[in-house]
Write a protein that binds this ligand. Structure first.
Ligand code: URA
Length: 440
């Protein structure tokens, strides 16, 4: 088979056969198709999309490109369930949700991705914990899931390796925001993780890959329908990503915010709403609860009782991180040398934020990738991020930049000022969760 013929077919709007998709996925996994040809096909798919049948073939082939985990012989006394987000800015939900769901009786083998485009990645964030093994072998991964109820790791070389390579290429070729490519990327990892059920957090807004609710619904329905073909029961929440989720963005800074949340020190309201809703949905999709209010009070109790914080600490320790991370995170997480508050040019209320520009500011600081092999500075980012509706002035900044150099801080400050729109009157309140979608 000539791969150039496959590129041409998709470039001209044709439908790829299962054999052509299998050839592509084999070449992705074994590296025999070079990056430039993979990029060309990714761009052709981005421009011409794929049918539901092609997306499903791509998903199943990528899931089968490496090891597929099985849990039925592990003697677990609860459902194996996970959540996955389509990506955003300041999205530290995974660090909260995995231990909360585990404290409620779920087993959460969370295989997460690296930063993609302007969005941050859970796999990068978790690496800011010193000693934490984000790429354990399957034996250790299963052991930690079994003993603590959850393990958050990055994508290993043997799990959906075809997605691992395609993901890295999409990240730097502006081919991320494609419904079939996102569907296949997410579900291939989730199917390979051997899940019984999944909750999707489909983000919509200026910091998401889907900029309007219709597009987000299209993605959610594509994921639900494709997952059903693999017997993976999936519910999807469409949630707001028009601003940073929580008050920090940047790898280590988000871990610190997650720890504060789990310790009940600071539960930022939008982040709280998203985490509680997603966790409750995990209990529902996995059959642990049938009533949403009961599910919500169970997840809230997991936080207020401190059980979720205990699970998080045990997970970190069993994966090689410090035993006292939760108590002493300031001693363990990397910290940037420079701190610079960015004040608005005029006083007023924040009426909108361009979260895409905020994500790009973090890349400029060194906290995200420009090209495939880039090393990240895990310490940099933003704290005290002013939410939409906040009153800002010469005393209350838009955000505080944590940077490694003055030049990077200046550039990020200009981008943040550009991202914020300020007005004399406060904006109308917007929903944080737009809707919940389940299979028909
Ligand atoms: N998350 C993934 O794992 N893949 C995508 O393509 C987008 C978000």
């Amino acid at each position: 088979m000539l791969f150039t013929e496959i590129i041409r077919k998709k470039r001209d709007g044709g439908e790829l056969s299962p054999g052509e998709i299998a050839y592509f996925v084999d070449g992705l996994a074994d590296g025999s198709i070079p990056a430039e040809q993979v990029s060309a096909l990714a761009m052709a798919v981005f421009l011409n999309s794929m049918s539901a049948e092609e997306a499903s073939q791509l998903t199943l082939a990528m899931a089968a490109s490496g090891t597929v985990l099985e849990w039925q012989d592990e003697g677990l006394d609860g459902p194996v369930v996970d959540k996955h987000s389509t990506g955003g800015v300041g999205d530290k939900v995974s660090f909260l949700l995995a231990p909360i769901a585990a404290a409620c009786g779920c087993y959460v083998p969370m295989i997460s991705g690296r930063g993609l485009g302007h969005t941050g990645g859970t796999a990068d964030k978790v690496e800011s914990i010193p000693g934490y093994n984000a790429a354990p072998n399957f034996e250790l991964f299963k052991k930690v899931v079994k003993s603590t109820g959850c393990a958050i790791i990055g994508q290993t070389a043997d799990l959906a390796p075809a997605d691992r390579r395609l993901y890295a290429i999409r990240d730097v070729t502006e081919t991320v925001a494609s419904v079939p490519l996102i569907t296949a990327s997410i579900l291939s990892k989730k199917i390979a993780a051997g899940l019984q059920a999944l909750v999707m957090d489909v983000k919509v807004g200026s910091g998401a890959f889907m900029s309007d609710v219709e597009k987000a619904e299209e993605l959610a329905n594509s994921i639900i329908a494709t997952a059903a073909k693999a017997n993976l029961d999936t519910h999807a929440l469409v949630t707001d990503m028009n601003e940073c989720l929580g008050h920090t963005a940047g790898n280590a800074l988000e871990i610190a915010e997650a720890i504060d949340f789990l310790k009940n020190n600071q539960r930022e309201s939008r982040l709280d709403e998203v985490v509680m809703a997603l966790c409750a949905e995990m209990l529902i999709v996995s059959g642990l609860e049938s009533d949403r209010d009961a599910a919500l009070s169970r997840v809230d109790e997991a936080v207020t009782s401190g059980k979720a914080a205990e699970v998080f600490s045990r997970m970190v320790y069993e994966l090689g991180g410090p035993a006292d991370l939760s108590e002493n995170y300031k001693n363990h997480l990397p910290a940037a040398s420079l701190s610079k508050a960015v004040y608005p040019a005029v006083s007023g209320y924040v009426t909108s934020v361009n979260a895409f520009t905020m994500g790009n500011a973090i890349i400029e600081l060194g906290g995200g990738r420009r090209t495939m092999g880039d090393e990240l500075d895990l310490s940099v980012g933003l704290t005290d991020v002013a939410p939409i509706g906040a009153s800002v002035d010469r005393e209350r900044p838009l955000a505080v930049i944590k940077a490694a150099s003055d030049d990077a801080a200046q550039l990020a400050a200009a981008m943040i000022r550009e991202a914020y729109k300020i007005s004399d009157s406060p904006p109308a309140k917007r929903p944080v969760i737009y809707e919940t979608l389940v299979a028909d």
